[in-house]
Write a protein that binds this ligand. Structure first.
Ligand SMILES: [Zn+2]
Length: 68
C-alpha cells in the first residue's frame, strides 16, 4: 500500500480545502402556491410552470393506492 512520502503542511491542506465549501442553493418562489422551488423547473407541489398546469399532482398516499 502506498504511503505519503512527506507530511502535508497545514497551509497546503487548507489551500486545498478552500475549494471544498458547498454553495447555498438559490431558490425561487412559486407564483401559485408560494412555496420555494428550483428555478426553471416545474413546481413539484402544485405542478405548474409559467402559470400553466403541466403535471397532475396527486397526494402521495392516494396515488400509490389508485395506480394498482
Ligand atoms: Zn407551486
Amino acid at each position: 500500500m502506498s504511503v505519503p512520502k512527506k507530511r502535508r503542511t497545514r497551509s497546503s491542506v487548507k489551500k486545498r480545502q478552500s475549494h471544498d465549501s458547498l454553495k447555498k442553493i438559490e431558490l425561487s418562489v412559486c407564483p401559485k402556491c408560494k412555496k420555494k422551488v428550483l428555478p426553471h423547473t416545474v413546481c413539484p407541489h402544485c405542478g405548474t410552470y409559467k402559470g400553466k398546469q403541466v403535471l397532475k399532482i396527486k397526494s402521495v398516499v392516494t396515488s400509490k393506492k389508485t395506480e394498482k
